[in-house]
Design a binder for this molecule. Structure first.
Ligand SMILES: [Zn+2]
Length: 79
């Protein structure tokens, strides 16, 4: 029996179809800085990878448009 799983875009909530290769994964990955006490906010973007898509922290994006939307939100957020 095939094991099917469903992913939804974290921006538009679209469901991923099997073999949709234009999806993206995004992680928060703060970078330690020598000049500030707190890590500097940073994010990592990678092309869809089935194994990595299972990561609990990964955000799933259905394409370049939603990736841009997420980046727009990310760069305009303030602590
Ligand atoms: Zn989307």
């Amino acid at each position: 029996m095939a094991w099917t799983e469903t992913f939804h875009c974290d921006v538009c909530n679209k469901q991923r179809k099997e073999n949709s290769e234009d999806w993206w994964l995004v992680w928060d990955e703060p970078v330690a800085s020598a000049t500030t006490e707190r890590p500097v906010p940073a994010i990592k973007i990678m092309r869809w990878d089935l194994l990595m898509s299972h990561s609990a922290e990964a955000r799933h994006l259905c394409g370049a448009r939603c990736l841009h939307t997420l980046l727009d939100r990310w760069v305009s957020q303030r602590d």
